[in-house]
Structures are given as structure tokens and as C-alpha cells.
Ligand binder design. Structure first.
Ligand SMILES: CC(C)(COP(=O)(O)OP(=O)(O)OC[C@H]1O[C@@H](n2cnc3c(N)ncnc32)[C@H](O)[C@@H]1OP(=O)(O)O)[C@@H](O)C(=O)NCCC(=O)NCCS
Length: 155
């Protein structure tokens, strides 16, 4: 399987990838400042290239210094492209790309019930650090998230 990440910007259309974990409800206008960077997940099959999903990363600051800046990544695959290993591969590729840029801590947060994403993160070499209680509000209420990380030179 040949998966690559293609840089995207705010004008690149998002692929249709509905899931209960992306059913946000009303947005907070202040979230516009999240400083998102985006990529498309592209699967190369011979001469054919298929866009199978979207990825993003946004900074999280644990202090005022450059080494306190982590990047938190997100992913969604088109429904008919799930369960083929692309999620694990794409998240490993993005962690490596960000480490190459100098980012020490790449993190991902996923719902405590999202077993597919937890297994994909584990396969990508991320480690689970614990639970962020009541940290994400979606259309159906506020949820606990698991926090995962991939550390440069360790994972
Ligand atoms: C979560 C997601 C990114 C995972 O990517 P994926 O390509 O489907 O997952 P992979 O094929 O890499 O497989 C991951 C593992 O999860 C397992 N898995 C897949 N779907 C599953 C499900 N519904 N329940 C339990 N396990 C599941 C796979 O068997 C595999 O485990 P294994 O190899 O140890 O058997 C993808 O399913 C997706 O986009 N889902 C909807 C959006 C979403 O949840 N995004 C993450 C929000 S934080």
C-alpha cells in the first residue's frame, strides 16, 4: 500500500466523511484561531491516485517556549475507505513529517469509545497517556477523550 500526504489549505474542499465523532453541532467562533494546517490522504495504486481522507494539525502550547509547542493531529477517512490500514499509516506518516520539522511532541485526542482510532494510533506507534475528562463537546453532549502522543526519538 502506498499512502502519501498532500498539503492542503483552507480552500481545499473536505472529503465527505461523516461520523459520530465529527458531528460537532454549533461552532465556537473563537475556534477559528486554532491555526489548523491540513493535508489530504492520497492512496497511490499504479497510475491511479485516490483521495481517501483529510488530516489536520493544530498547535497546543504547554508553556511559552518553542519546545512547549505540541501539535495535535486529527483524521477522517471516507466511509468506504475505513478499515484498510490507511488510518494507521497516515497518522504514522504525519507524526514523522512533523518530527522532521523539529516537533518533539505530536499528540492525538480521541473519544474513549472510538476503538478504531485507538487501534489505529497504537499501530502508528502512539502511546496512550490517559483520559481528558469532559474535554470535547459535540452535538450530542460533552465527552471524555483519550490522549495519545508520539514523541520524537522515543516512539
Ligand atoms: C478512525 C479511523 C481514522 C481509523 O482508520 P482506519 O483506516 O479505518 O483504521 P485501520 O484500518 O488503520 O485499522 C485500525 C484498527 O482498528 C480496527 N477497527 C476498524 N474499525 C473498527 C471498529 N468499528 N471497531 C473496532 N475496531 C475497528 C481495525 O481492525 C484495526 O485493528 P487491527 O489491525 O488491530 O485489527 C477511521 O476509521 C475514520 O476515519 N473513522 C471516522 C472518523 C474518526 O473517527 N476519526 C478520528 C476522530 S479522533
Amino acid at each position: 500500500m502506498n499512502v502519501r500526504l498532500e498539503p492542503a489549505d483552507e480552500n481545499t474542499p473536505r472529503i465527505h466523511a461523516p461520523s459520530e465523532y465529527d458531528n460537532w453541532g454549533e461552532f465556537d467562533p473563537r475556534a477559528k484561531d486554532m491555526d489548523l494546517e491540513r493535508w489530504l490522504i492520497v492512496v497511490v495504486d499504479g497510475d491511479e491516485e485516490i483521495v481517501v481522507g483529510d488530516m489536520s494539525a493544530h498547535p497546543v502550547y504547554y508553556g511559552p517556549t518553542p519546545t512547549s509547542r505540541a501539535l495535535n493531529i486529527g483524521i477522517s477517512l471516507a466511509e468506504d475507505q475505513r478499515g484498510k490500514g490507511y488510518g494507521a499509516t497516515a497518522q504514522r506518516l504525519l507524526a514523522e513529517l512533523l518530527h522532521e520539522r523539529g516537533v518533539v511532541r505530536v499528540e492525538a485526542s480521541t473519544d474513549v469509545t472510538n476503538i478504531a482510532e485507538q487501534r489505529a494510533l497504537a499501530k502508528a506507534g502512539f502511546k496512550c497517556e490517559g483520559v481528558l475528562r469532559q474535554s470535547q463537546g459535540r452535538a450530542d453532549g460533552i465527552h471524555d477523550l483519550q490522549q495519545w502522543s508520539h514523541i520524537r526519538g522515543l516512539d
